[in-house]
Design a protein around this ligand. Structure first.
Ligand code: 5GP
Ligand code: ZN
Length: 117
C-alpha cells in the first residue's frame, strides 16, 4: 500500500491533536477546519471508504465515537453535523475512511453543493 496520511497519524509518525481514542478508532482535529469544531473520526485499520470491507462491528465503533467526540469538544448540546465522503463524486480527498464531525456554529439547511453551481 502507498503511504497513507491517516495510517501515519494512527501510527504516531505524523502529529495530530487527538480528541479521543479507543482500541478501534482515533479522533483528531482537522488540519484545515471548516467549522469552529472540525474533528475526524478514523478507524485504526485502513479501509478506503464505507464500501471497503468494513465490518458491522467497526461501523458501530466509528459511530459510537461520534457522541463521545461531541462531548469532548463541547458541542453535544448545541448540535453538530457528521459527513462521510466516499469516493470521487463526494470529493473524498484522503482515501482512508473517516467521519467528519462539524459544529460550533449554526449551519444553513442545505448540506450539498455541486461543482457546477
Ligand atoms: P475528505 O475530503 O477526504 O472527506 O477529508 C479529508 C480531510 O482530512 C480534510 O478535511 C483535510 O483537511 C484533512 N486532512 C488532510 N491531511 C491532514 C493531516 O495531515 N492532518 C489532519 N489533522 N487533517 C488532515
Ligand atoms: Zn490508511
Amino acid at each position: 500500500m502507498e503511504t497513507c496520511i491517516f495510517c501515519d497519524i494512527a501510527a504516531g509518525t505524523i502529529a495530530a491533536t487527538f480528541v479521543y481514542h479507543d482500541e478501534d478508532v482515533i479522533a483528531f482535529d482537522d488540519v484545515a477546519p471548516q467549522a469552529p469544531v472540525h474533528t475526524l473520526i478514523v478507524p485504526r485499520a485502513h479501509h478506503e471508504h464505507l464500501g471497503d470491507r468494513v465490518s458491522d462491528r467497526l461501523l458501530g465503533a466509528l459511530f459510537a465515537a461520534v457522541p463521545r467526540v461531541a462531548e469532548a469538544k463541547g458541542i453535544a448540546h448545541s448540535g453538530y453535523r457528521t459527513i462521510v465522503n466516499c469516493g470521487p463524486d463526494a470529493n473524498q480527498t484522503v482515501p482512508h475512511l473517516h467521519i467528519h464531525v462539524l459544529g460550533g456554529r449554526p449551519m444553513a439547511h442545505g448540506m450539498v453543493c455541486f461543482v457546477d453551481e
